[in-house]
Design a protein around this ligand. Structure first.
Ligand code: ADP
Length: 439
């Protein structure tokens, strides 16, 4: 059989001298190799079993047709001597190009045989016929290729890129032996499949940040509580006026911890349901009036006038009533907490027509406003313009994150606009319910 080792230089120069039997064996080898490659893709999660089965069928058909065509034109020269080199052309290249992840096929010496468009985007210097290490210079990758080629055992490596932005990848290097009768451990083909780990890493980073922030937020009131307990047990044991003062502060701190835990639980509950769109029709006008009434006491305490303009008739949206109440409570409370110096809050509910009919609710205050550099980050968890002011107001830094998540679930959006010194306006947009659209 014409294995890579047994094809002689003379045969390579004179393809007509390769026996028809060897050509059939060569075609089978190609199909076998493609099947092996597909098994690797299925095992590493790059491809589903169904697509792999279809690809094998196509490859088998292509190999048979290719063989028939070659039989008809015996003068046609093979691409190169050797089974691995033969894989560089035709079906395998087409197959690599059909895969979403970057994939590179090498020969046993690390020379690039084929690669797909995502691989070329990942490593623009990849060239057929050149060593892969020219284009993939990361030491971890080069070492994984070397080990896979030498031992035939599968290798995995991780690497990152810093420019133009931080990205993380893992690469699986799989050595394939196409001719099982050949002695030695060296493979005929080495296949590299890359996975982009960046989204996973970002989520991991966000989770770590979140846990760090949440712990820090809880630790601060906890430290205050512990401090006062020790003082009350020690020096202030018999000081009744100090005891009253300290107990009031301790109560405040305990409330703060409870609020934070409530907000954390709300956030995780809303996140769990973020893909489940609420379907119950609810009246936004009634919700806005309910929230405004509930906030009247706080408004009076702060000396703020709250003005509402809303249509008399219902404005129906598909929504979760309690969650929408939460949205407007947060926005009106923020306006009262941070914009009280403007002495006035305007809440406006309006209905908008057009191709996607929607309702909008704006909450406008006339306080100090928000510097523009903070606006894009306000809905991030624990992001606050002034941490001390937020804490003094009993804020957790989670209010606007909760608002954003609730609105995402309702397929709505939040727009924030502010002019320094003139106040801020938070506008919620929600699609009108089907019934309203038809009206
Ligand atoms: P908090 O619990 O701190 O109020 P939020 O997520 O509700 O958390 O708000 C985040 C930050 O956005 C607040 O700490 C505050 O700095 C700023 N902010 C929110 N609403 C207003 C507003 N109406 N005027 C000025 N700053 C605001």
């Amino acid at each position: 059989m014409a294995t890579p080792e047994t094809v002689t230089g003379e045969q390579a120069r004179d393809p007509q001298r390769i026996a028809p039997f060897d050509r059939v064996v060569g075609a089978r080898l190609v199909v076998f190799a493609i099947t092996a490659v597909l098994i690797v893709f299925v095992a590493t999660g790059v491809l589903s079993l169904t697509y792999a089965a279809i690809a094998v069928a196509i490859a088998a058909g292509a190999a048979v047709l290719g063989e028939a065509a070659r039989q008809r034109s015996p003068g046609a020269a093979p691409a190169a001597a050797g089974a691995a080199a033969a894989l560089a052309t035709g079906p395998i290249e087409a197959m690599l190009n059909g895969l979403p992840d970057p994939v590179v096929a090498l020969d046993r010496d690390g020379i690039v045989l084929a690669f797909n468009a995502p691989a070329s985007a990942l490593a623009p210097l990849l060239r057929q016929g050149e060593p892969a290490s020219f284009a993939l210079r990361m030491p971890e990758v080069v070492e994984a290729i070397r080990r896979a080629s030498a031992s035939g055992a599968p290798q995995r490596a991780e690497f990152s890129e810093r420019v133009p932005v931080d990205r993380w990848y893992e690469v699986h290097v799989t050595a394939l032996r196409l001719d099982r009768q050949r002695s030695g451990t060296r493979p005929d083909l080495v296949l590299m499949t890359f996975h982009d780990l960046t989204p996973l890493r970002r989520v991991e980073e966000m989770r770590a940040d979140f846990v760090a922030n949440a712990s820090h937020e809880l630790r601060t009131p906890l430290a205050t509580l512990t401090g006062f307990i020790e003082t009350l047990q020690g020096s202030a044991r018999d000081d009744s006026s100090a005891r009253e003062r300290f107990l009031a502060i301790m109560k405040q701190q305990a409330f703060r911890m409870a609020r934070l835990i409530d907000d954390l639980l709300s956030l995780s509950r809303i996140e769990l349901n973020v893909h489940v769109r609420p379907e119950t029709p609810v009246d936004l006008a009634a919700i806005v009036r309910q929230v405004t009434d509930a906030m009247q006491m706080l408004a009076r305490e702060r000396g703020v006038e709250v003005v509402v303009s809303a249509p008399a008739e219902p404005v129906m949206v598909a929504g979760d009533r309690d969650e929408l109440v939460r949205v407007f409570e947060n926005l009106v409370e923020n306006a009262l907490k941070y914009g009280a110096s403007g002495k006035r809050i305007e809440i406006g509910l309006a209905r908008h027509g057009g191709r996607a009919p929607e309702a909008s609710v704006s909450v406008r205050d006339f306080g100090p406003g928000i510097p523009p550099e903070h606006l894009p980050r306000l809905t991030e968890r624990f992001y606050r313009v002034d941490v001390a002011q937020s804490r003094a107001e009993g804020g957790t830094g989670l209010g606007l994150a909760i608002v954003k998540h609730i609105l995402a679930r309702h397929q709505g959006r939040l727009l924030i606009d502010s002019t320094l010194g003139e106040g801020a306006v938070f506008t919620v947009h929600l699609p009108l319910s089907g019934r309203e659209r038809g009206a």
